[in-house]
Design a protein around this ligand. Structure first.
Ligand SMILES: O=C(O)C(=O)C[C@]1(C(=O)O)C=C[C@@H](O)C=C1
Length: 105
């Protein structure tokens, strides 16, 4: 007969431990704001997936018509648009989006 060790459950974390806040008021604010961020991240991921699908349609049409997968001039427009809106990290973000949409160039 095998003996089963009792399940170890970690003690529940306090609001301060979960959020890094030092007051209950700040912890509650952080909890609310994190829930909003989770919702935004879900939407952003959904939009990225939608962008990938639309991009695939464009690439497929271009390749089927005898063209290349990549349009460098269009990528330059997209990089400039993200850089203008978000600064240098915007360029990195756009490059990551383009990599997700068309693979590594
Ligand atoms: O706009 C295009 O022509 C696309 O193919 C879409 C897209 C993009 O995902 O934005 C993808 C690949 C190209 O190199 C440029 C842009």
């Amino acid at each position: 007969m095998t003996s089963t060790a009792p399940a170890k459950t970690a003690p529940a974390k306090t609001a301060a431990e979960k959020t890094g806040a030092h007051t209950e008021e700040a912890a509650a604010l952080i909890d609310d704001a994190r829930a909003r961020i989770d919702t935004l991240d879900d939407r952003i991921i959904g939009l990225v997936q939608e962008r990938m699908a639309v991009s695939a349609v464009i690439q497929e049409a271009r390749i089927t018509s005898g063209g290349r997968r990549i349009s460098l001039s269009r990528e330059m427009e997209i990089l400039a648009s993200y850089r203008d809106a978000l600064g240098r990290p915007g360029t990195s973000l756009a490059m990551t989006l383009l990599e997700l949409c068309r693979g590594r160039a």
